[in-house]
Design a binder for this molecule. Structure first.
Ligand SMILES: Nc1ncnc2c1ncn2[C@@H]1O[C@H](COP(=O)(O)OP(=O)(O)OP(=O)(O)O)[C@@H](O)[C@H]1O
Ligand SMILES: [Mg+2]
Length: 281
């Protein structure tokens, strides 16, 4: 754990140095613009975005385009993609010791990069030949996967858990990748109850049989039971730590809440250590 704190320290120092020098480049590293665009606005644009790569000047992009640029699927040759391939490799080596089919992505607090990391990890995993991958949005309070990937679901995870739709009706193929997604269509009034239900357990069992890897995006784990509930029925947990923001005590408190035996590692998001945006510990 000392390594995490050292990296947090370095990232904090780097951030302070940058904020004093080049505010524009610091803003590119961490965009705080709120998510706003509804999913239907982006339907069908994924393929053209894949072709677009990183050629557009950041200054000319909308906030949402900047967010999309961060997703590996749009820039598979990028440095961020390389970081996620490294994370993937480390999880694979742990998986030689015990089965790791289902991985919950969480963090201590909101907006630390969970959803972006879940999409990146799922995208990188789906690029390995012959692997069937499912990305599940288990954040029914602030769902993000659908809008980030430009999906237009007719039904979603809440409907499946409420037995109003089957998994086959709800699952969506992500265009341009061998990746399936189960996303949020309607937000239920009782997300915690749904995630703790026997239907959720059955769903996890079912998707574990159907897929080689299932990545689950969850809400922040401090203050809400959802993330703990989901992580308890998963084989592994990756905890995202936002390099310039997550207080150390919050990292510790989150680790105390989660079952440590399931924690595969911490993903340090936004660290500018040796030009890295992500580090893995
Ligand atoms: N490494 C990064 N560098 C810069 N910006 C990032 C990075 N990772 C995530 N972001 C941006 O930070 C914002 C929050 O990211 P994201 O939605 O992935 O976080 P989250 O933890 O899932 O949030 P929530 O708690 O609301 O679900 C988004 O605008 C995203 O594009
Ligand atoms: Mg999220």
């Amino acid at each position: 754990m000392a390594k995490v704190y050292e990296a947090l320290q370095r990232a904090e120092e780097e951030r302070k140095r940058k904020m004093g020098g080049d505010p524009a480049s610091a803003a590119v590293e961490w965009d705080t613009t709120p998510q706003s665009a509804p999913s239907h606005k982006h339907g069908g644009r994924l393929r053209s975005l894949i072709r677009r790569r990183e050629t557009v000047a950041v200054a000319d992009e909308t906030a949402n385009e900047v967010n999309k640029r961060r997703i590996v699927v749009l820039q598979p040759e990028s440095y961020v993609a390389e970081q996620f391939r490294t994370l993937r490799g480390r999880i694979d080596s742990l998986a030689t010791q015990r089965p790791i089919k289902t991985i919950a992505m969480t963090s201590a607090n909101a907006r630390e990069g969970k959803s972006t990391a879940a999409i990146n990890l799922a995208a990188v995993t789906s690029m390995s030949v012959g692997r069937k991958v499912l990305l599940m949005d288990c954040d029914m309070r602030k769902p993000k996967i659908s809008s980030s990937l430009g999906l237009d679901p007719k039904t979603g995870i809440a409907e499946v858990l409420l037995n109003r739709a089957s998994f086959d009706e709800a699952v969506i193929k992500v265009e341009g990748l061998s990746l399936d997604a189960l996303v949020v269509r309607s937000r239920p009034s009782n997300p915690s109850e749904l995630l703790a239900s026997s239907e959720m357990r059955d769903l996890i069992e079912d998707v574990s049989r159907r897929y080689d890897q299932v990545i689950l995006d969850t809400p922040a784990c401090l203050g809400l039971p959802d993330s703990k509930t989901v992580s308890e029925i998963c084989d592994g947990i990756v905890m995202v730590v936002r390099a310039d923001a997550t207080p150390r005590e919050d990292v510790q408190a989150a680790l105390d809440i989660l079952d440590r035996r399931r924690v595969l590692g911490l993903l340090l998001n936004g660290a500018e250590v040796n030009r890295r945006q992500y580090g893995y510990y």
